[in-house]
Design a protein around this ligand. Sequence first.
Ligand code: MG
Ligand code: MG
Length: 629
Amino acid sequence: MKTSIATVSISGELPDKLAAIAAAGFDGVEIFENDFLAFDGSPTDVGSMVRDHGLEITLFQPFRDFEGMPEPLRSRTFDRAERKFDIMQQLGTDLVLVCSNVSPASLGGIDRAAADFHELGERAAKRGLKVGYEALAWGRHINDHRDAWEIVRRADHANIGIILDSFHSLSRKIDINSIRSIPKDKIFIVQLADAPLIDMDLLYWSRHFRNMPGEGDLPVTEFTAAIAATGYDGYLSLEIFNDQFRGGSPKAIAADGRRSLIYLGDQVRRIPEVEALSVTEMPERAAVKGIGFVEFSADEKDAADLAAILRTLGFRRTAQHRSKQVSLFEQGDIRLLLNTDEGGFANASFAVHGTTAYAMAFVVDDAVKAFSRAIALGAEPFMQSVAEGEVEIPAIRGVGGGLIYLIDDRGDLGRFAEIDFQPITDDTGVEPTHLRFIDHLAQTVAYDEMLTWLLFYTAIFEAHKTPMVDIIDPAGVVRSQVVENATGSLRVTLNGAENRRTLAGHFIAEKFGSGVQHLAFHTDDIFATVLALKANGFRPLPISPNYYGDVEARFGLDPDLTERLKAHDILYDRDEHGEYFQLYSTSFGEGFFFEIVQRSGYRGYGAANAIFRIAGLKKALRPEGVPRA
Ligand code: MG
Ligand code: MG
């Protein structure tokens, strides 16, 4: 599978774009005319710059409003075409994209268009060039690839072919199986884009909201499977118009694009009876069975404070690392590590971000396979030397540069805690609070990184993303989207902060980057848990008393239940599947907190309650401009 991307998909000046595209591992690039016009060099210079990066120019585009014009406009469009051909020859590319005519002057008529293309084919052939015709979803007479194909078929010229673009076909819900009858040698290139499902004007939707395959909601995999069925094995080229990408980091967007295509190729390869695209083979997506541990990096002072909070939450220190300053705290199936080691990555992370949950472990069936899939999808591996006899755990870099360790129950990896840690039995003054496992883990990221991490998680691990939910912070909106699996053993909520005055934004600003902002533990009985917590000296986050009158009325709660919720600062929510009880800790440091939930069938995360939690947490925050104590 050869991969390409249109220059328009990425931000920056043409040289920055090309450098990012080459670094991400693409084989080719579509030169978008405006990128070329805005650049000071000649077409020949652009061509050599592209080739110096080891890239091929796959396509020059767009050539607009060509077919079906009356005279004298018709003659002029042919003159314009000859000038494009001049540029193409100087650039060193042989394919141009003609998109279907949108001009009110165009006459329509399938044979008129076919005749125009036949003549254009004759002119292109003289120069050894080819022309691909693409149906724009909003074309004046041609807005369906089936009609575009009929024109190409009737044009009957070796130098005229069709260009298929997933957005134009899928946005109009055209039957994708119609692609299967097109001969592969007449498909000159395939352009791919996904998009979130939004009901809006097609042109506006296409120009502003396209995103990488797998980042949106369109069936791009089925589209690509239909392409593969023709036997086509040419370039798959991303053509993404997205306002956010145009303002983003060229390197990150290019890397996301390349990952999206590798992931797409892998998904298509797994569809039975599809004629395989020649794609990299890799293990299937890793099923996550649970969160094996979460590790905090801290200095001695913060570590003592955090350990005190963990004890009020009912965690006991059960083991100490044999060679590093790392303590293990446990309760139920929850393992938390507290790392104050002066060397290594944890310390480096602390130096930049302060006390954070900088690492977590996903329990998978086969850590080696999960790791090799992650690497095949462009994840950055993490290596750290371990002492003799200790277990080396495979890891990749995740959100905010933090770590995701991959563990399984095979061999030494399954026993790393016994091998690397020395048991401690003297931490007995703490009563357990019936916490059983990690229900979810919330990561806060800059809004423009949301799609990156959604793609990262869903490409590597067996998980899906839920629709985006707006969380109302008194200072602005935080967008929240969840990566979860069918069994609920993996639940990561991603919160995208747009401004630093929101609690999420404050967290990112103060932590110098994205990271884990809260950890939610599951209990089967929140009332038993809250009593045990209070006996340990834990103080829940105070919730406004006004909340309870509202929640009682909204859900028709028994007043006795409302009173008990209110007495313990417990929040309540319900959906068609069941009930949800939540309580929070106050924040630790710059906005990190713990949550305790009781979930009985309920599928959400208490989004409607977030505003009350945020208001409570914000009261306790250090005001801006006041130095740390
Ligand atoms: Mg296109
Ligand atoms: Mg939560």
